[in-house]
Design a protein around this ligand. Structure first.
Ligand code: AOF
Ligand code: ZN
Length: 349
């Protein structure tokens, strides 16, 4: 804990847990997930807000507006927020100034702002006489934005690769049929990953072979606007009637994974999911651009078929791409119905 002149209260800790939950309901993309809760003099939660994506109100401003809507004057209240309030004018005005204007008297935040342009909010507020405490549940706040933070540091989207394969590592049978290798539980799990990313990528070969929709079924209905960007990568044309075409569709006519990621980063994409086919997966693995791998393995043998991983450039054992089961995750190995999901991380260089 840094800079606190007043000790943290139990209500502030509970408020931070609530703010983390609110943050998790937000929309990622160019900005991190952030939640905020306003506590009155007695430590009661009186208002809250979450950041809903670049260009919309930051969590603190959303919470202040929520208070005003309820006829509550936030002057003298405490703002509990999962990220250090920003101190810059980006797409929106600085939260520091909004907090000062509203007369907030204490700010409790979790993680520091990793964006050098926006950082400095804690010092600015403390300099104006506001009681500021940082670091409460910082690990949880950092975990929530772990992939986003890695992307911002690397200045390219975080890359998740997902493959569904038979026990003998085929992604399709010899005649190309591939529709139901894994069962419904594994497929539902794959859809929940789609729902958490900013963009889903497939090669143009896969578009022609499988004509996937690439929507996250979990987001159908009220959350439809949060569907990931659907991206076809490759030099072949995407048919006008391809199922993946729609509002959130782009075709990147390149074979260069660095160029593709760069283009997407500039569009505000911070997390991509590579869904195949085997050649696109190989291109990203060969370029050392995969940050994690989910392999869904079905208890089925297909003999000769379509290998799930291709173009890996492995001629001898020393060339093998070696992964390790996610050392931090409790869910490194998960049974999903009759299938198994394996979650791998690259071995640090
Ligand atoms: C906050 N509260 O809820 C968020 C913050 O372009 P803008 O104006 O949206 O600013 C984006 C930057 O602001 C982003 O990179 C990060 O540093 C910070 N995000 N800050 O005080 C919020 N989402
Ligand atoms: Zn802000």
């Amino acid at each position: 804990m840094t800079g606190a002149s007043q000790p943290l209260t139990a209500q502030e800790m509970m408020a931070m847990e609530h703010a983390l939950l609110l943050a998790g309901q937000g929309v990622r993309g160019a900005n991190p997930l952030v939640g905020a809760v306003i506590l009155d003099d007695d430590g009661a939660m009186v208002a809250s807000g979450a950041h809903l994506g670049a260009g919309t109100d930051h969590a603190e401003v959303a919470a202040l507006k929520n208070a005003v809507q309820q006829g509550i004057d936030p002057a003298g209240c405490t703002m509990v927020v999962t990220l250090e309030p920003c101190n810059h004018t980006g797409r929106t005005a600085p939260c520091t100034e909004a907090l000062l204007a509203a007369g907030i008297s204490r700010v409790v935040y979790a993680a520091a702002d990793p964006n050098p342009e926006a950082a400095g909010g804690a010092a600015r507020l403390a300099g104006q006489g506001i009681d500021v405490a940082g670091g409460l549940l910082a690990d949880a706040a950092t975990e929530l934005n772990r992939r986003w933070l890695a992307a911002v540091r690397a200045r390219r989207p975080f890359v998740t690769v997902k493959v569904a394969q038979s026990l003998d590592a085929q992604s399709a049978a010899a005649d190309g049929s591939s529709q139901w290798i894994t069962g419904p539980h594994a497929r539902a799990d794959g859809h929940s990953i789609r729902a958490r990313v900013d963009a889903v990528l497939v090669g143009t070969g896969t578009v022609l072979a499988d004509n996937p929709r690439l929507t996250a079924r979990a987001l159908d209905g009220a959350d439809a606007a949060r569907q990931p960007l659907r991206v076809a990568v490759g030099l072949r044309d995407v048919p006008a009637d391809a199922a993946m075409r729609g509002d959130r569709f782009v075709h990147l006519s390149t074979h260069d994974p660095v160029a593709a990621l760069d283009d997407l980063y500039r569009r505000g994409v911070r997390h991509v999911l590579i869904e195949g086919g085997p050649q696109l997966v190989g291109v990203f693995l060969m370029a050392d651009l995969a940050d994690e791998l989910f392999a869904y393995v079905a208890p089925m043998l297909l003999g000769t078929g379509v290998p799930a991983f291709q173009r890996l450039g492995v001629a001898t054992l020393a060339d093998a791409h070696v992964w390790r089961l996610d050392p931090d995750g409790a869910a490194a190995v998960t049974q999903l119905g009759d299938d198994v999901r394996l979650h791998f991380k690259p071995i640090a260089p």
